[in-house]
Design a protein around this ligand. Structure first.
Ligand SMILES: Nc1ncnc2c1ncn2[C@@H]1O[C@H](COP(=O)(O)OP(=O)(O)O)[C@@H](O)[C@H]1O
Ligand SMILES: [Mg+2]
Length: 242
């Protein structure tokens, strides 16, 4: 056997092992999701029942129940983020103008932005060439990046969403005036489970990067503490092998 075919065998073995682990982990998350949602639903019912009771001892239980409920929600969010991460590599492509995808996203997001005192400034060029994208996953990217921006601006702020073309790339930029990142956070932000938030999953940015790379794109970030952050994503107009 040549060295090259050995490497090939080893590579296939590792790939098989990786796929097996991914299927197992995904399956585990699915299995946990249903019983967790039953627990959560029953907690809500219990909470309502106790709230109506006149008994002061019952009322003391409410605080503990609330803690359990919060942790349930936390677990559900982590599971959801985890499942999104495992699904981020499978693309269902269609030819679209990315500006329209951002517009659709904003249509759905604008009420929440207003509620949180975030001024959204879109700069969306309509004359961009059509590119092959997985619309659902690109909206996932927008959701994750905008959620981070929002969490970085708890008192509100400015959120710019920009689409443009540079040579044979489509550029999508998300800019916030939030808390920014320390050099250490900048270095680690794409690592799975890295989070500076008390109940963050640390899976938002790894999922974003996985989706962008599945589109043969790239992602970069510039950030300054107390000033804000800018995420720049680029997607090739012509994908290799298409
Ligand atoms: N727009 C942003 N402004 C400031 N910090 C950010 C921003 N986006 C990401 N980060 C930092 O990167 C970390 C990882 O982000 P992410 O993977 O989405 O996980 P999570 O949001 O669950 O913490 C965050 O905890 C935060 O420290
Ligand atoms: Mg996040």
């Amino acid at each position: 056997m040549t060295e090259e075919s050995l490497n090939q065998t080893e590579r296939l073995r590792l790939e098989k092992q990786y796929n097996e682990m991914a299927v197992l982990a995904g399956g585990l998350a699915h299995e946990i999701r249903n019983p967790l949602s039953t627990i959560h639903m029953n907690l809500e019912l219990l909470f309502e029942e106790i709230e109506e009771s006149e008994d002061p001892a019952a009322h003391r239980m409410l605080r503990k129940l609330k803690t359990i409920q919060d942790q349930c929600e936390n677990l559900e969010e982590i599971l959801e983020a985890f499942l999104q991460f495992t699904r981020a590599g499978e693309l269902h492509l269609e030819g679209v103008n990315i500006a329209n995808v951002v517009r659709e996203f904003l249509e759905f997001y604008k009420a929440e932005a207003e509620e949180r005192g975030i001024e959204v400034r879109p700069h969306l060029r309509s004359d961009l060439p059509v590119v092959e994208l997985d619309v659902r996953l690109i909206k996932q990217v927008l959701t994750n990046l905008v959620q981070n921006a929002q969490q970085a601006m708890p008192e509100g702020g400015l959120l710019e969403l920009q689409t443009s073309q540079r040579d044979d790339q489509i550029i999508l930029e998300i800019i916030d005036t939030g808390c920014g990142m320390s050099p250490k956070a900048l270095e680690k932000m794409f690592q799975v489970f890295f989070s500076t938030k008390p109940s963050g999953s640390g899976l938002g940015l790894p999922t974003v990067r996985k989706i962008v790379e599945a589109h043969q794109g790239t992602i970069q970030c510039e950030s300054e503490l107390n000033r804000g952050s800018k995420f720049s994503l680029s997607f090739p107009i012509h994908r290799k092998g298409h």
